[in-house]
Design a protein around this ligand. Structure first.
Ligand code: 5GP
Length: 205
């Protein structure tokens, strides 16, 4: 069976992950982004079914109890999870799928799918990280400190990932993430499955 790859992308907030993911999806339309479920309220401009499937805490907990998540985690007091059914269908259809999840979720996915290809996005410096977190609206010093702490806790897991991209120049970072996705499709297993006929003909078999 020609099944697709699972690409996991994690990053602290302030690393520029969303911009990178959007550019990747535009360049590689075969990659399907998994839309997570969350119990957090939609932010301004977010659309249900596009950014997340927004559900209540009760619905989310019932979904956990029914085993409907491939992975789930509580981040800043809200639940987030990846749909098991959606992933199974996408993989069976041979699609490459992209999971934009936190490091707890990434660890769960790695246990279930050791072949998943994971990438961590880093900001180019501690100063820039802090600056980006500060620029996100008029938050109190407390809120900014909390975000910085959360970012540091995510970054503590960087060594668990297969790839690291330092997002200093966005164009270069976009090329890097595209390179990771494309290289993942050129591995022996994928290529032998895709080109078995060509390979046996070329071998003269
Ligand atoms: P935000 O609320 O800012 O959209 O996301 C907060 C954090 O939750 C981010 O680190 C994001 O990657 C993570 N996240 C989003 N969806 C999922 C998911 O389905 N599973 C897990 N484990 N984390 C998620």
């Amino acid at each position: 069976m020609n099944s697709g790859n699972i690409y996991v992308i994690a990053a602290p907030s302030g690393a520029g992950k969303t911009t990178l993911v959007l550019a990747l999806l535009a360049a590689e339309p075969q990659v399907q982004l998994s839309i997570s479920y969350t119990s957090r309220a939609p932010r301004e401009g977010e659309v249900d079914g596009r950014d997340y499937h927004f559900v209540s805490r009760e619905t989310f907990e019932a979904m956990i109890a029914r085993g409907e998540f491939l992975e789930s985690a509580e981040v800043y007091g809200n639940y987030y999870g990846t749909s098991q059914v959606w992933i199974n269908e996408a993989l069976a259809a041979g699609k490459d799928i992209l999971l934009e999840i936190d490091t707890q979720g990434a660890a769960q996915v790695r246990r279930l799918f050791p072949q998943a290809i994971s990438t961590f996005i880093l900001p180019p410096s501690a100063e820039i990280l802090e600056q980006r977190l500060r620029n996100r609206g008029k938050d109190s010093e407390d809120a900014i400190e909390r975000r910085l702490k959360a970012a540091r806790e995510e970054i503590a897991h960087v060594e668990e990932f297969d790839h690291i991209i330092v997002n200093e120049h966005i164009d270069e970072a976009v090329r890097d993430i595209i390179a990771i996705v494309r290289a993942g499709r050129l591995t022996l297993n994928r290529q032998v499955a895709r080109h078995s006929e060509l390979i046996s003909k070329l071998k003269g078999a």
